[in-house]
Design a protein around this ligand. Structure first.
Ligand SMILES: [Zn+2]
Ligand SMILES: [Zn+2]
Ligand SMILES: [Zn+2]
Length: 122
């Protein structure tokens, strides 16, 4: 996308380029001074390295989750959900992954002291 100085524009806080407003990342009606390619690169890097705990706008730390699928696209968003689920399960004393290889099911436990639970999938 070419920059048009005659259109409304602002500076991206990540790459320091002047960018037209329609290329700036928005949450609702609010402009966040980061251009679309930068927000996408940033989120892609975060997700790819498994940093999915708290995804926030690089410019103001706003929660980015509700916009995430639009930013990174469906396949990366799926990856993000898997990472997130993994973290949830590994920190949840009442759930664990099924021990059967490739089952991918989640085993709920009735209490923290329970040793066995039934896989919901196999
Ligand atoms: Zn940028
Ligand atoms: Zn922001
Ligand atoms: Zn299972």
């Amino acid at each position: 996308m070419r920059f048009d100085p005659n259109q409304p524009h602002r500076g991206c806080e990540v790459c320091y380029e002047e960018v037209n407003d329609f290329e700036i990342f928005k949450i609702g009606e609010d402009y966040h001074d980061v251009c679309s390619p930068c927000i996408k690169n940033y989120m892609t890097a975060q997700i790819s390295s498994g940093k999915v705990n708290k995804l926030e706008c690089p410019h103001c730390e706003a929660d980015i989750e509700p916009q995430l699928q639009d930013i990174v696209g469906e396949s990366l968003y799926k990856k993000y959900e898997r990472f997130k689920l993994n973290i949830e399960i590994s920190t949840d004393p009442l759930r664990s992954w099924c021990v059967i290889p490739r089952c991918g099911g989640i085993v709920p436990y009735e209490s923290k002291s329970a040793i066995e639970g039934a896989c919901g999938k196999c």
